[in-house]
Design a protein around this ligand. Structure first.
Ligand code: ASP
Length: 297
């Protein structure tokens, strides 16, 4: 059995690539990495890699992570500028160093040392992203826009892997890191148990350690759907209990048999999915609770 999921409709291309690799007996690690490459390169995806949202200084600084469910090793990079595939730099941190997290200029010099090719701002920053930045940078209203590709795969050998990649929230403070590269919040995986990844406002997802909780509930015997529902509801109501107004929280997960599920607290979330016997397709996820209706009511 093989299976793969990734957040948002723009990830259909990612699971299509993953299908090619997993169907042929390839590794989950390669499926998530090569699938995410397509989204990182796609200039029309405005929240991941090339063409992603700029920070308040007009720079494109990217976050990414990979975790191997067989070994619990992970690699993370945060605030990396000038490289097209932060997910591959994250994989190199995981596989070629004793460490887990490298940030900013140090992650960039590591990437150079590892032979990753640099990508100039003229290539990485699209006209669309620059125009959005110019139009919104001085507005007093809350900047709109954030999303992540979070991808989980199971290969035919039974290994699970997760990876994430994002430009982070639109107009974030330079140096701000969201949940996407934070273990247990934006991603978690253990082979034989399950994997999870998050998308939504990083600050809220980090406050409630969403991805680890999903995997831990599957470890305790909950189904993928029950686990992810429970975590979105608990996160949402925990934030409210603490006097906060929950922003977007969406999670996807997969159990050790390749069953998949998603849950969210807002309208409009969907994920891409492909499995043995199921061609790549999109799954719309109805909100388990709707933060916008709740706030109006
Ligand atoms: N979680 C990402 C961040 O906060 C953005 C998102 O997935 O919506 O940087």
């Amino acid at each position: 059995m093989w299976s793969m999921i990734a957040t948002w409709p723009f990830s259909l291309q990612c699971v299509e690539k993953g299908e090619e690799i997993l169907k042929g007996g390839g590794r989950a690690l390669d499926a998530v990495e090569r699938g995410i490459h397509l989204v990182e390169t796609d200039p029309t995806v405005d929240c991941v890699g090339r063409g992603g949202y700029l920070n308040a200084d007009g720079e494109l600084a990217l976050d990414a992570a990979m975790m191997d469910g067989d070994t619990l090793k992970m690699g993370v990079v945060a605030c990396v500028r000038g490289f097209e595939h932060p997910v591959s730099i994250a994989r190199a941190v995981m596989e070629k160093t004793k460490h887990s997290i490298l940030v900013g200029q140090y992650a960039e010099s590591f990437a150079r040392r590892m032979g990753f090719q640099e990508a100039p701002p003229e290539y990485m920053i699209t006209d669309h992203a620059r125009l959005k930045y110019e139009a919104e940078k001085d507005k007093a209203t809350k900047p709109s826009g954030h999303d992540t590709i979070g991808c989980v795969a199971l290969d035919q050998a039974g290994s699970l892997c997760v990876a994430t990649s994002t430009s982070g929230a639109n107009l974030r403070l330079p140096g701000r890191v969201g949940d996407t590269p934070i273990i247990g919040s934006g991603f978690y995986v253990q082979s034989g148990v399950g994997g999870a990844a998050a998308t939504g406002l990083g600050e809220d997802i980090m406050r409630t350690c969403c991805s680890f909780r999903v995997v831990d509930l599957m470890r305790r015997g909950l189904s993928a759907q029950d686990a992810v529902n429970e975590v979105v509801l608990t996160a949402h109501y925990t934030l409210k209990q603490c006097g906060l107004k929950p922003d977007c929280i969406a999670l996807v997960c997969m159990d050790a048999r390749g069953n998949t599920a998603g849950a969210c607290n807002h309208k409009g979330f969907a994920y891409a999915c492909a499995r043995e016997g199921e061609a790549p397709h999109l799954v719309e996820v109805p909100p388990i609770i709707d933060k916008d209706e709740e706030q109006e009511g």
